[in-house]
Write a protein that binds this ligand. Structure first.
Ligand code: CO
Length: 160
């Protein structure tokens, strides 16, 4: 396992849409292992492939202390409710702002071997899952609020 560099805001890579994983092979497993290691090392609770520069639809999140969930090709199939809470991101150091997210999500995904599974999450974990799935679509949490957009404008010149 290795710690990889985190892609930071300002890089166009973060704005690209990640592609589905089609090969559940050793290189995928190495990527997931490295993502987990990188997230732990950098003190995050979730990480997406694009954040280590790999444009594949893969996520690792810490669902409880020391317990990590690998999520490949996720698809949100149900959401309920809404909660506003503070959010941050490894790719956007030292900035936090409130973002509205679903209180509950149900997700269909695959594991590292390609086997399909479903999971449900609420509150903080639901927030984390939505934030990471946004990364797979080139979306950052600073896109959602005026405060975030102001911060973002220091790094990016984007058309809204
Ligand atoms: Co993030």
């Amino acid at each position: 396992m290795a710690v990889r560099n985190i892609v930071k805001i300002g890089s166009e890579t973060l704005r690209k849409k990640s592609k589905p994983v089609v090969s559940f092979d050793e290189s995928l497993h190495a990527l997931l292992d490295d993502m987990k290691q990188t997230m732990i090392e950098k003190g995050g609770v979730g990480i997406a492939g694009v954040q280590v520069g790999v444009l594949r639809r893969v996520i690792v999140i810490e669902i409880e202390e020391g317990n990590y969930l690998e999520i490949v090709n996720p698809e949100i199939i149900k959401t309920r409710g809404a909660v506003i809470d503070s959010e941050g991101c490894l790719s956007i150091p030292n900035f936090y702002c409130d973002v509205k997210r679903p209180k509950y999500v149900k997700v269909k995904a695959q594991d590292r071997n390609g086997d399909e599974f479903f999971f449900e999450a609420k509150d903080y974990i639901a927030r984390c899952v939505c934030h990471e799935i946004d990364h797979l679509n080139g979306v950052l949490f600073v896109d959602y609020t005026d405060e975030g957009k102001m911060y973002r404008s220091k790094f990016e010149h984007m058309e809204d």
